[in-house]
Design a protein around this ligand. Structure first.
Ligand SMILES: [Zn+2]
Length: 122
Protein backbone atom coordinates (compact mmCIF):
# COMPACT_ATOMS: atom_id res chain seq x y z
CA UNK A 1 0.00 0.00 0.00
CA UNK A 2 1.34 3.37 -0.96
CA UNK A 3 0.25 6.62 0.51
CA UNK A 4 -0.32 9.20 -2.25
CA UNK A 5 1.29 12.02 -0.28
CA UNK A 6 4.82 10.61 -0.21
CA UNK A 7 4.84 8.92 -3.59
CA UNK A 8 8.10 9.86 -5.30
CA UNK A 9 7.85 11.37 -8.75
CA UNK A 10 4.14 12.01 -8.61
CA UNK A 11 3.52 14.41 -11.46
CA UNK A 12 0.27 15.75 -10.03
CA UNK A 13 1.97 17.08 -6.88
CA UNK A 14 4.20 19.67 -8.48
CA UNK A 15 4.87 22.55 -6.10
CA UNK A 16 3.65 25.07 -8.67
CA UNK A 17 0.18 23.51 -8.47
CA UNK A 18 0.08 23.83 -4.72
CA UNK A 19 1.04 27.48 -4.43
CA UNK A 20 -1.90 29.60 -5.49
CA UNK A 21 -1.19 32.84 -3.68
CA UNK A 22 1.96 34.72 -2.85
CA UNK A 23 2.74 37.86 -0.95
CA UNK A 24 4.34 40.76 -2.74
CA UNK A 25 7.79 41.12 -1.17
CA UNK A 26 7.52 44.90 -1.42
CA UNK A 27 3.97 45.91 -0.46
CA UNK A 28 2.77 42.55 0.96
CA UNK A 29 -0.32 42.44 -1.24
CA UNK A 30 -1.81 38.97 -1.80
CA UNK A 31 -1.27 38.03 -5.43
CA UNK A 32 -1.84 35.08 -7.74
CA UNK A 33 1.25 32.91 -7.75
CA UNK A 34 1.65 33.13 -11.54
CA UNK A 35 2.07 36.91 -11.54
CA UNK A 36 5.58 38.15 -12.16
CA UNK A 37 4.77 41.69 -11.14
CA UNK A 38 2.67 42.99 -8.30
CA UNK A 39 -0.71 44.39 -9.36
CA UNK A 40 -0.56 46.89 -6.50
CA UNK A 41 2.92 48.34 -6.62
CA UNK A 42 4.05 47.03 -10.02
CA UNK A 43 7.33 45.69 -8.73
CA UNK A 44 8.65 42.20 -9.49
CA UNK A 45 7.40 39.43 -7.21
CA UNK A 46 10.30 37.04 -7.64
CA UNK A 47 12.73 36.79 -4.78
CA UNK A 48 15.70 37.20 -7.10
CA UNK A 49 14.54 40.65 -8.04
CA UNK A 50 14.39 41.93 -4.49
CA UNK A 51 16.86 44.70 -4.15
CA UNK A 52 20.03 43.02 -2.93
CA UNK A 53 21.27 44.19 0.40
CA UNK A 54 24.52 46.01 -0.22
CA UNK A 55 27.01 43.30 0.53
CA UNK A 56 29.37 44.66 3.10
CA UNK A 57 32.82 43.51 2.26
CA UNK A 58 34.55 41.61 5.01
CA UNK A 59 37.43 44.06 5.07
CA UNK A 60 35.02 46.92 5.73
CA UNK A 61 34.09 45.55 9.14
CA UNK A 62 36.00 47.40 11.87
CA UNK A 63 36.65 44.27 13.93
CA UNK A 64 38.29 42.60 10.92
CA UNK A 65 40.59 45.60 10.59
CA UNK A 66 41.42 45.53 14.29
CA UNK A 67 42.08 41.78 14.27
CA UNK A 68 44.24 42.08 11.16
CA UNK A 69 46.17 44.94 12.69
CA UNK A 70 46.79 43.00 15.90
CA UNK A 71 48.02 39.95 14.01
CA UNK A 72 49.96 41.20 11.02
CA UNK A 73 50.54 44.86 11.86
CA UNK A 74 51.87 46.89 8.97
CA UNK A 75 51.85 43.83 6.68
CA UNK A 76 48.11 44.48 6.36
CA UNK A 77 48.61 47.90 4.76
CA UNK A 78 47.34 46.72 1.33
CA UNK A 79 44.19 45.51 3.05
CA UNK A 80 43.71 48.72 5.01
CA UNK A 81 44.14 50.65 1.78
CA UNK A 82 41.34 48.75 0.03
CA UNK A 83 38.69 49.47 2.64
CA UNK A 84 35.90 51.89 1.82
CA UNK A 85 36.99 54.39 4.44
CA UNK A 86 38.20 57.85 3.52
CA UNK A 87 41.85 58.42 2.67
CA UNK A 88 42.32 60.19 5.98
CA UNK A 89 41.04 57.17 7.93
CA UNK A 90 43.13 54.81 5.78
CA UNK A 91 46.27 56.82 6.49
CA UNK A 92 45.40 56.82 10.19
CA UNK A 93 44.95 53.03 10.10
CA UNK A 94 48.28 52.61 8.30
CA UNK A 95 50.04 54.90 10.79
CA UNK A 96 48.44 53.02 13.69
CA UNK A 97 49.49 49.67 12.23
CA UNK A 98 53.08 50.86 11.79
CA UNK A 99 53.21 52.26 15.33
CA UNK A 100 51.63 49.09 16.67
CA UNK A 101 54.14 46.92 14.80
CA UNK A 102 57.09 48.96 16.10
CA UNK A 103 55.71 48.73 19.62
CA UNK A 104 55.03 45.00 19.33
CA UNK A 105 58.49 44.25 17.90
CA UNK A 106 60.12 46.42 20.58
CA UNK A 107 58.14 44.60 23.25
CA UNK A 108 59.15 41.20 21.89
CA UNK A 109 62.82 42.22 21.66
CA UNK A 110 62.72 43.65 25.18
CA UNK A 111 61.09 40.44 26.45
CA UNK A 112 63.71 38.26 24.74
CA UNK A 113 66.55 40.35 26.17
CA UNK A 114 64.93 40.21 29.62
CA UNK A 115 64.60 36.41 29.48
CA UNK A 116 68.14 36.05 28.09
CA UNK A 117 69.52 38.08 31.01
CA UNK A 118 67.51 36.07 33.54
CA UNK A 119 68.69 32.75 32.13
CA UNK A 120 72.32 33.76 31.83
CA UNK A 121 72.45 35.77 35.04
CA UNK A 122 73.83 38.90 33.46
ZN1 LIG B 1 3.51 45.02 -4.39
Amino acid sequence: MRSPSNRPGASSNRPADLVVEILCPHCHAVLDAHLNHCTHCGRPTTAASCEPAPAQSLIDRPWVIVLTMLHVGFLGIPLYWHTRYSTRVKLAMIAASILYTIGAVAGIVWGCVYIWRMVHGA
